[in-house]
Design a protein around this ligand. Structure first.
Ligand SMILES: [Mg+2]
Length: 277
């Protein structure tokens, strides 16, 4: 009876959220196992590679968006034209959705003109070195990266950011967050042109990554990108970083490890819905 009640509760919650509940096993030890594997390969004289996306995998774009929106709301002319904009000061990092319209709705802003003005302000800043250079690291990420390096792995940052617009800020941010950045330890791969689709760019980079050594771990917050990595590197442990992601309907394939950050506590069930988990 108790079990039936639990099942019913999960089903109800799923319907309420417009999502499908599904179980995932999470084991923090699995992250340590990637370090252990790097160590073993090093002992055999082999090179190992661990692949990481940047945005919402190692650093928080929720924090970047929050910074931009508060700057937007700080303008006197915006406050005068849209008194509702003051509500933006109540936003918290975790309120930031992948889609700005949903972020606004969460704090009770239903104003198309204000949304349009904020979207334009956000778009001019979000994909720039100036703003990404101040990104905050996900909890425990720098430590984890350094443990991998120490174990003999090479870290590859494979990001959908474009080099012309964001390389300077990205490199400055690696230093600021104490992430490995020396060429002997880590490689940064960025899109040569902003117009290239992220997944197309990443998929095309896989053969170059494969030449660097044995890929033993892949980390992503976008399920579609992660699944492409899993397909390209079936022996690697796939880690889904459960932060925010696009509204694409893809789900991480079975066997994927789920984390919230690099100090996550184990959990055995998550909800997934469009745009945010
Ligand atoms: Mg990302």
């Amino acid at each position: 009876m108790k079990l039936l009640k639990s099942i019913a509760l999960v089903a109800l919650t799923s319907v309420a959220m417009g999502s499908t509940a599904f179980a995932n096993s999470f084991n923090a030890n699995e992250l340590s196992q990637i370090i252990e594997q790097a160590r073993e390969l090093k002992a055999q004289g082999k090179l190992s590679v661990v692949l990481f996306d940047l945005d919402d995998t190692l650093v928080s774009t929720q924090e970047r968006s929050l910074r931009i929106l508060k700057e937007f709301a700080s303008q006197a002319e915006i406050q005068n034209a849209f008194p509702d904009s003051l509500k933006l000061f109540s936003l918290k990092e975790t309120d930031i959705n992948y889609e700005l319209a949903l972020t606004f709705r969460k704090i009770g802003i239903e104003n198309a003109e204000l949304l349009k003005a904020a979207s334009a302000f956000w778009a001019q800043r979000f994909f720039t070195s100036t703003y990404c250079s101040k990104d905050k690291a996900l909890s425990g990420s720098a430590d984890y990266l350094h443990q991998l390096i120490e174990a003999g792995a090479k870290v590859v940052y494979l990001t959908g950011r474009d080099a012309p617009g964001m390389e300077l800020g990205t490199r400055a941010n690696l230093v600021r967050n104490h992430f490995p950045h020396h060429p002997s330890q880590a490689l940064l791969m960025m899109k040569p042109d902003k117009s290239i689709d992220d997944l197309v760019f990443k998929t095309q980079a896989f053969s170059q990554v494969a030449e660097m050594g044995e890929v033993i771990g892949v980390f992503e917050n976008e399920p579609a990108n992660l699944n492409a990595m899993t397909k390209a590197f079936p022996k690697a442990k796939a880690v889904f970083v459960d932060t925010i992601h696009s509204p694409k309907p893809d789900r991480p394939v079975e066997g994927t490890i789920w984390i919230k950050n690099y100090q996550s506590k184990p959990t055995n069930q998550r909800q997934m819905c469009s745009g945010i988990f």
